[in-house]
Design a protein around this ligand. Structure first.
Ligand SMILES: Cc1cc2nc3c(=O)[nH]c(=O)nc-3n(C[C@H](O)[C@H](O)[C@H](O)COP(=O)(O)O)c2cc1C
Length: 731
């Protein structure tokens, strides 16, 4: 079944059952309190379960004139039904002394009300039927949820792998549904079972004893404390013991144990008959315990949390659905008449929004172009240009609208030559960054009539800046110009703040500079977060990684681009001037809070966030910094920070790689390879590796890290990526 069918089934089931599910789950939470409040009552006597039935009966017989029955409930409380002064009384007792402990627990009105609402919505049989149906729907919702999580995680074996936080609802929906999956499955299945039982769709068997009354002996009369069977059964095994009604031999003791029922001769203590409990009764009893949590504080709490999670999952689920961009495409031209075909691989819809903007601007500039999904790949008779804009899902797999693309390329061969470009949408928080885009690119490249226009262009975390850079470069290569407008998507909110330039250091030879910014009105930034700047000149957002140096100061290192609007604007800022910017939370690139060792790898201005991480590090944690630049002069910008950190033991090792010092160019990946053993040890001990800088450097470093993991640790790099031990923020 395709992903969208699972998704729609999950949503439709939740919508259809939402009201009833809400009632059942809220009353379920209330009812989970009942077994807990019962269990904490002071009626459980230590070691009572170890007492034999013979001892119990002797103790109670000594205390009361007439005992009718003894019961043990799921809380382990012993109660008796006795006649005192001609009146029948029931209460909890101490089986050692026979002392009365208190009256039987009565159901509080709130629990009574909730039970009725929970079981039948006060609608008698109709209500019971509805609730049974809702339990079944809940089970189907849970199953479709399991499939959806397995698909999004890239396979069932990654089901419990860490979830990348894309947004609040998506992250929490997945995390809490996994956490509460077991109680939800148990509640739904046992709910269905108990409903079937109530409607007699599961036949309940009663134990029927066949007693041969003629063979019952009245002698020898043995005192009850000497009955062999009663001496061998512990009170912990008892459910109920009924005394004989009269002193006729035809009346006997009825003993209901956890797994069998026994009739016992009241004079001789002989077993009259013994029957095992039918399987249906055992299953029913387990279903009740599992559904209600009776007798166990822990399980009741687990069930309560499971029920509580249902409304929460409903809300977050609906938010995910309604926030998802809707996939609707309008085309002005037929695909057969277009010379430029744009195909999109998307799952969440954001890639399509970017592609739509690209398509719109191309149409404005007079191009005859067609926008479709990658799964629509076919023979395009007029196509001379193909643009693929593809996200990556699961563990580096195709998104929903491109799942058949690889097969379709083979089936539909284009007759004419054409050129193609591939833009990959992905996130460096995932192990296989933009892998599907790379695979699509490699597959297309194999066809002799397909010419690649450059390499795959990657867009990290839906960066509009990156996408419009690509669009501008592409347009330039075609001899035209494009101006894309940012689609309205809800990316993490930025809080605009004023920053005053506290210091600036320049290295003009390489057009790089380091700004120290003092935050004037309180945007809280963690090293690794991003500074968001939107220059008035073009209204487009640029993001820069920042380091928090403490005392409200941030470090941001920038390289000026010859025609870069924002980098030049920042390059002109003088000490004391103010910059308006936002701080974007970039949680996946924060240094973990634990004190585990970490390896920081950067090239050029990528060192920015690490300056902050190092400044706030304690000497207890060893940080190793690998930095790549052209010469030691290039390092001058950062040297004071690094020297100070080394002297204060905030940085353990600094390992520079200079590419223009000796004849032999040294890059960071060479040093990583050399220190393979050390890095492997750090990863194996739970430490992490963080990479910041260019995508090109990231790919080289990742190749080395993959080799290190397989050589030294016999593990795949993805093992550590899944555990969030490899963190990247590359551009
Ligand atoms: C469950 C899930 C798995 C993902 N797996 C990857 C991955 O393996 N590699 C990658 O680069 N990006 C991965 N991403 C990030 C998406 O490709 C990225 O967010 C993209 O912009 C989504 O585009 P869409 O909204 O058009 O589907 C994943 C996202 C999600 C939600």
């Amino acid at each position: 079944m395709t992903l969208s069918i699972w998704r729609y089934s999950h949503l439709t089931l939740a919508l259809v059952s939402s009201l009833f599910l809400l009632v059942a789950s809220i009353t379920g939470v209330i009812l989970a309190v009942e077994p807990i409040s019962n269990k904490i009552q002071p009626y459980r006597i230590a070691d009572a379960d170890e007492l034999t039935l013979a001892e119990t009966l002797t103790n109670l017989n000594a205390k009361y004139d007439e005992v009718l029955s003894i019961s043990r409930d799921r809380n382990g409380f012993i109660s008796v039904s006795v006649i005192i002064e001609g009146e029948s009384k029931q209460f909890y007792v101490n089986p050692f002394s026979g002392e009365a402990l208190g009256p039987l627990i009565e159901k509080a009105p709130i629990f009574q009300f909730s039970t009725n609402l929970h079981r039948s919505l006060f609608l008698k049989s109709t209500g019971r039927l509805l609730i049974g149906l809702v339990s079944f729907l809940l089970f189907l919702i849970a199953v479709s949820g399991i499939v959806l999580i397995a698909k999004r995680q890239g396979g069932i074996r990654y089901f419990f792998a860490p979830v990348v936080r894309e947004n609040f609802s998506q992250f929490n929906h997945v995390v809490y549904s996994r956490l509460t999956l077991l109680p939800i499955l148990v509640l739904s299945l046992t709910g269905v079972y108990l409903s079937l039982l109530r409607f007699n769709l599961i036949p309940e068997e009663n134990i029927v004893h066949e007693v041969d009354y003629d063979s019952l002996n009245e002698t020898p009369i043995i005192p009850i404390q000497e009955f062999e069977l009663l001496q061998n059964i512990k009170l912990g095994q008892l459910r109920e013991l009924e005394y004989p009604f009269s002193e006729f031999v035809e009346d006997y003791y009825t003993i209901r144990l956890k797994n069998r029922e026994i009739l016992l001769n009241q004079f001789t203590g002989e077993v009259i008959t013994e029957k095992k409990e039918p399987l249906v009764t055992t299953i029913s009893s387990w279903s009740t315990v599992l559904h209600t949590g009776e007798g166990s504080i822990i399980w009741s709490a687990v069930l309560g949390l499971g029920s509580l999670s249902i409304p929460y999952l409903m809300v977050t689920g609906f938010v995910i659905y309604f926030k998802r961009p809707k996939i609707r495409i309008k085309n002005k031209f037929l695909k057969n008449e277009c010379d430029h075909i744009i195909l999109v691989g998307t799952e969440g819809g954001t890639t399509l929004l970017y592609a739509q903007e690209f398509h719109k601007q191309l149409l404005k500039s007079g191009e005859k172009c067609y926008l479709g999904m990658m799964n629509e790949y076919t023979v395009f008779p007029q196509m001379n240009q193909l643009t693929l804009i593809a996200a990556t899902y699961g563990q580096g797999e195709a998104p929903a609208t491109a799942s058949k693309f690889m097969q379709l390329i083979k089936e539909h061969l284009q007759k004419q030559p054409f050129s193609f470009s591939v833009v990959g949408f992905g996130s460096t928080s995932y192990p296989n960054f933009c892998q599907f885009a790379y695979e699509a690119f490699d597959t297309l490249k194999k066809y002799s009539n397909a010419t690649a226009l450059g390499e795959v262009f990657t867009v990290n975390n839906q960066s509009f800046e990156a996408f419009s850079n690509w669009a501008n470069a592409w347009a330039k290569s075609q001899g035209t110009a494009l101006r894309l407008e940012k689609p309205k998507i809800s990316l993490p909110k930025t809080h605009i703040s004023n920053f005053v330039v506290a210091d600036r250091v320049d290295f003009s030879k390489e057009d790089t500079f380091l700004l120290t910014l003092k935050n004037k009105n309180g945007a809280r930034a963690v090293s690794g977060d991003l500074l968001s700047i939107i220059p008035e000149e073009d209204g487009r957002e640029r993001l820069y990684s920042i380091g928090n140096l403490g005392k409200n100061t941030l470090a941001v290192s920038v390289k000026k681009h010859p025609k870069g609007v924002c980098s030049n604007l920042m390059g002109q800022l003088e000490k004391g001037e103010t910059l308006s910017a936002g701080v974007v939370n970039n949680r996946h690139f924060h240094l973990p809070k634990s004190n585990k060792e970490a390896v920081l790898i950067a090239t050029g201005t990528g060192i920015g966030p690490f300056l902050g991480m190092i400044a706030s590090n304690s000497p207890k944690r060893n940080l190793h910094l690998y930095w790549g630049g052209r010469t030691s002069e290039s390092f001058g910008l950062y040297q004071p920070h690094i020297d100070e950190a080394l002297s204060k033991n905030k940085l353990y090792r600094f390992i520079p790689a200079y590419s223009r010092v000796d004849d032999k160019k040294v890059y960071v990946q060479h040093l990583i390879k050399k220190d393979g053993g050390k890095i492997a040890k750090i990863l194996n001990n739970g430490g992490c590796v963080m990479i910041c800088g260019s995508i090109a450097m990231q790919r080289e470093v990742m190749t080395e890290l993959a080799k290190i993991c397989s050589t030294y640790l016999k593990k795949d790099l993805s093992h550590f990526q899944n555990r969030k031990q490899i963190k990247m923020d590359c551009y």
